[in-house]
Design a binder for this molecule. Structure first.
Ligand code: SAH
Ligand code: SF4
Length: 433
């Protein structure tokens, strides 16, 4: 979501005649777009601001701004702690950058973290005619909702991003069309609870159906769905919509029902297994990824073992795992029995080692199979090699291929590494541009 917001900021600034520089030393304006999901991300902001102090003494014209979730959360406190900061703006305020910069250029210090009315946020694009907003080109993100109404006990997002608002379907389609005409072949829809999307009577599945019809959109994905809103109709969409990749992110967080209750996740392991079944019964080859938190307050050794059991049973294709981090204003931060950093690290290491083995086994099982790959660019080390991803989201290095970014081709998998696959292009298959 932050990457997506950064692209929007770049577009707003481009229309104000700003251009990107290659190096920070040349910049007259530096904006940090911040994340506060875990404490580590938040700490980075202050160390980065400390580093920027030198640049400011070398270039007195340099203006420094802080946006994103830390800005929303901390507001004025940022300027008190880092006096070199000129302006701070919240997650609803990035379209006010031109107005802010006008004042900042006159020497004012600005702090704007005001939430906007639902309707304004709902239409947060039309004020600007976005052209090619994303630098990634072939693959692009597209936010369809913002905010979250769930209040999981560990999570700061509902505070920093506000209540859930779905964008008008027409705006989403317009933005998708613009991306496609600028060369995007794969769109990943974004939202904190992407599958609870609903606007103007259009629900998530209907939105997927509408996007699937867009000509030249080869692939559609979405992140992050909440398991509570994953149902049979959505699993059918994976079968029925040609562009929807057979890959699903389904964040589990913990394998223990007691911890899930304390996390306020509103599903049990039994219902989670049912949801996994909904997809695997229809599409056994579909890949499933997840998010897991280890060391939630009060998590016993047995409860951690339940998470490990879920990992071994479900055999996720990809795991994003995190050590629990207490966030200001969240319920879990007030819970007793916080685990030590050492204990959280020990559990995290066990989880990572087990998952590494599972991924390697799963990658080895793909050797010899035929896969569709969307090429994203040249390999950063190997000559005559391009890289891309399968529909299942496996990273693949395609050897001796004359293909370029945006090409969609069939490959044969020839090798498996812990985190990626190697492949040869199948020359007889059509290469679609
Ligand atoms: N809306 C998504 C999650 C967005 S945050 C969902 O509900 O799944 C991305 C991930 O960060 C979460 O799934 C969770 O695993 C992790 N996370 C969030 N808050 C955290 C915290 N306080 N400590 C550790 N990990 C956290
Ligand atoms: Fe955070 Fe996701 Fe829970 Fe919302 S659903 S509170 S974003 S973890």
């Amino acid at each position: 979501m932050n990457e997506y917001d950064t692209e929007k900021m770049l577009e707003v600034l481009r229309l104000e005649n700003y251009a990107l520089t290659e190096s920070q030393a040349e910049a007259d304006l530096i904006i940090l777009n911040t994340c506060s999901i875990r404490e580590k991300a938040e700490n980075k902001v202050y160390s980065e601001l400390g580093r920027l102090r030198k640049l400011k003494s070398a270039n007195p014209n340099l203006k420094i701004g802080v946006g994103g979730c830390v800005a929303q959360q901390e507001g004025e406190a940022i300027i008190r702690r880092a006096t070199n900061v000129d302006f701070v703006f919240g997650t609803d305020n990035l379209f006010e950058l031109p107005k802010m910069l006008n004042k900042v250029q006159k020497g004012e210090k600005i702090i704007i973290t005001k939430r906007h009315a639902r309707q304004k946020v709902r239409n947060f694009i039309p004020d600007y005619t976005f052209q090619q907003t994303q630098r990634f080109g072939v693959k692009a993100h597209l936010a369809i909702t913002k905010g979250c109404n769930n209040h999981c006990s560990f999570c700061v997002v509902p505070t920093t991003r506000g209540v859930e608002v779905s964008r008008e379907p027409e705006n989403i389609i317009t933005e998708a069309r613009r991306l496609i005409s600028a060369g995007t072949r794969e769109i990943c829809l974004l939202g904190q609870n992407v599958n609870s999307y609903k606007a103007n009577g259009v629900d998530f599945v209907e939105l997927l159906q509408r996007l699937d019809k867009l000509e030249n959109l080869k692939r559609l994905r979405f992140i992050s769905p909440h398991p509570k809103d994953f149902h049979a109709e959505l699993s059918d969409a994976f079968v029925n919509l040609p562009s929807l990749c057979e890959q699903m992110h389904l964040p589990l967080q913990s394998g223990s029902d007691r911890i899930l209750r304390r996390m306020r996740r509103w599903y049990t392991m039994e219902t989670f297994y049912e949801k996994v079944g909904l997809l695997r019964d229809r599409l056994p080859e579909a890949t499933i990824s997840t998010d897991l938190i280890v060391g939630f307050p009060g998590e016993t050794e047995e409860e951690f073992e339940m998470t490990m059991e879920a990992v071994r049973k479900i055999r996720f294709d990809l795991i994003y795992s995190f050590k629990y981090s207490a966030r200001p204003g969240t319920r879990a931060a007030e819970y007793p029995e916080h685990l030590t950093e050492d204990e959280k690290s020990r559990r995290h290491k066990i989880l990572l080692e087990t998952q590494e083995k599972i991924v390697l086994e799963k990658n080895l099982a793909l050797v010899g199979s035929t896969q569709e790959v969307l090429i994203e660019g040249k390999h950063h080390r190997k000559n005559n090699t391009t890289t891309g991803r399968t529909r299942g989201y496996h990273p693949v290095a395609v050897k001796n291929s004359k293909t370029k970014a945006g090409d969609l081709l069939m490959v044969r998998i020839t090798g498996a590494l812990p985190n990626s696959l190697e492949a040869d292009a199948i020359s007889t298959s059509p290469v679609i541009n």
